[in-house]
Design a protein around this ligand. Structure first.
Ligand code: ATP
Length: 320
């Protein structure tokens, strides 16, 4: 293996730069050249690439976003677009690829392998933590901390005004962010797409809390919960509660990556290069029970990782 490429794709996530840095430096250390592809699959199709040396990734480990930029490419979704991308990769003499992204990006990488024979490995780069085959994804820890920080601030005002606060957090179809944030913020209710608590039950709990003398309650809603934060607020207002809705949105994708994301990204980046050198292919590199794991790319979208059952029961137990 003489030359590999690295790119970031889909939604950006804090820690992606640490992953790119690790890939560049681990590969260079083994005498392998690294090409950075700009703007994900769109840049691949357009040949927007450059050689990256260890100095090019200096001073990036602490930066949010991605220095390689990211994009969503419609063209790459069809075989003609992918053929154009493959042509560019061949022109650049690229033997292997490291794709940092979510399951959509992994679909694309899988096709580059099955249709054009490239060696591909994926690194889980998404704040949602919704990928099977890894306990955590790059960006998740920072997103949870960012959301928590916002909720702590809302708590001050919530307690002063004796209201119910409904806070919608990101996570797409998954409730990992919501559950961790719910536990860490001491929320009364956490509403998840995977195990959706019926809204009537939520209203019942809020009435019980009120009867017990709770002055303000926090309801954390994953964006994938039926109706989202707005639906929950509408329902509880209709039940006679005064409430405020906060949708945290893209703020959760920003900021300097937390230590956990930098460490995870550094480990995974190094392991990705190692995997390519060892001939591994069409797999995602993850962390399972603290160890590096390799999962077929197709499993990452065909199989489902569930939220932690113990944490779910803790929300109930601790919100008395
Ligand atoms: P996030 O979890 O942050 O949304 P993602 O990687 O799932 O990240 P997507 O927008 O789904 O983000 O995918 C990124 C890019 O990957 C798409 O713009 C497209 O170019 C490519 N892609 C996604 N799905 C497919 C597919 N089924 N076939 C080929 N390419 C795909």
């Amino acid at each position: 293996m003489k030359r590999i490429a690295v790119f970031t794709s889909g939604g950006d996530a804090p820690g992606m730069n640490a992953a790119v840095r690790a890939v560049v430096r681990a590969a260079t250390g083994k005498g392998i050249e690294v090409v950075g592809i700009m703007r994900g699959y769109q840049g691949m199709i357009e040949g927007d690439m450059r050689l990256l040396g260890p100095r090019d990734v200096a001073n990036t480990i602490q930066r949010g976003g991605t220095i390689l930029l990211t994009a969503r490419s419609k063209e790459f979704r069809n075989p003609e677009g992918r053929a154009k991308a493959a042509e560019q990769l061949k022109k650049w003499d690229i033997d292997g690829l490291v794709c940092v992204g979510g399951d959509g990006s992994f679909h694309g990488a899988h096709y580059l392998h099955t249709e054009h024979g490239f060696k591909v490995v994926g690194l889980p780069g998404t704040i949602d933590n919704d990928l099977y085959g890894t306990d955590y994804t790059i960006g998740y820890f920072t997103a949870v901390d960012t959301a928590l920080d916002c909720i702590d601030k809302l708590r001050d005002t919530g307690a002063s005004h004796e209201r119910i606060f409904v806070v919608e957090v990101m996570g797409r179809h998954a409730g990992f962010i919501a559950l961790d944030v719910g536990i860490a913020s001491g929320a009364e209710e956490v509403l998840l797409p995977e195990h959706p608590t019926p809204i009537e039950e939520v209203i019942h709990t809020l009435k019980e809390s009120e009867a017990k003398g709770k002055k303000s309650s926090f309801v954390i809603v994953a964006e994938g919960y039926p109706g989202g934060g707005q639906g929950v607020q509408d329902a509880i207002e209709a039940a006679g509660f005064e409430s405020r809705l906060t949708i945290l949105g893209h703020v959760q994708r920003g900021g300097s990556p937390k230590a956990e994301d930098r460490i995870l990204a550094s480990r995974l980046g190094e392991a990705a290069v190692q995997a390519l050198v060892e001939g591994k292919n069409d797999v995602m590199i993850g962390v399972t029970n603290h160890d590096i794991s390799h999962t077929p790319l197709a499993d990452t979208w065909e199989k489902r990782k569930d939220v932690n059952a113990h944490l779910r029961s803790c929300v109930k137990t601790l919100s008395v």
